[in-house]
Design a protein around this ligand. Sequence first.
Ligand code: CP
Ligand code: NVA
Length: 323
Amino acid sequence: MQPAKILERFPSAQLATFKGKDLLRVDEFTGEELTCLLDLAAHMKLLHKSGKSYQPLQGKTLGMIFDKASTRTRVSFEVGMYQLGGMSMFLSGKELQLGRGEPISDTAKVLSRYVDAIMIRTFSHTGVEELAKHADIPIINGLTDQFHPCQALADMLTIQEHKGKLKGVKLAYVGDGNNVANSLVLAAVLLGMDVRVAAPEGYEMDQQIVQTAKAYALQNGGQLLVTHDPVEAVQGADVVYTDVWTSMGFEAENEQRLKAFAPYQVNDQLTSHASPSYLFMHCLPAHRGEEVSSSVIDGPHSVVFDQAENRLHAQKAVLAALV
Ligand code: CP
Ligand code: NVA
């Protein structure tokens, strides 16, 4: 396929719906729209792998605000913008005037005069909503305490590549009901997956998000079961997913979390209940010996580095569609 024709496969009306939109939560898009983004991501990946450049964002700039650490998100967005013909700018939240109390609304209005989109990684999700409310350009959530939509898109792309489909695929998430879990579950049910989540008491996913996800599951032919039993979640699973027990910003709770999560480690014993061809997934960074044993994350079922790579391709699709 020629690079210039990459978008021709997609109904222009459907692509037009993305222009200028934000990506704050993965469920801002319908299952169909997510499928469209994933198709675009797969094409982007194919083009890149065949050495063809595709540069629809020439002359465009992405501002990247970081209030938390990052390896994958920062590098994949920066490389992604470069590959699409544009450029990006790293903005440390602490070094912006935002860090000295300039209102987020003023920051949004000022940055809208300079850059063509903003990616932000921060603590408060409502802060990102506030940024989006006052900006005239697309805002992309690069992780908040509540959501991590770019991760979920890369995860869906990875499952689709390895399992050949998403609909009906059994996904088990074991661990903290955190930002990664919220976005993963929302994306999975919107795409018709059969999802089971096991978290310890007190660390379950937000009830409102569970209710929303159950409604999406009903509309899209998916399923969602939440439990405290990791074996029930993993039974027959095609994909076993976990994330850190202590997310950024929750370090003060580390000791108490280590105790609560101990029975939720993804190890050989737990994964013996999964399908023999299960995939192990983790958004990374991982803590071997805590949420996952090294035998699993470094073993033959693990696709964690494909996931990390797919951040690049999925985000290039997001950037090309929104900007
Ligand atoms: N998975 C992920 O978002 O990684 P980083 O924290 O390194 O960006
Ligand atoms: N849940 C983790 C994900 C890191 C990519 C965190 O928020 O720290």
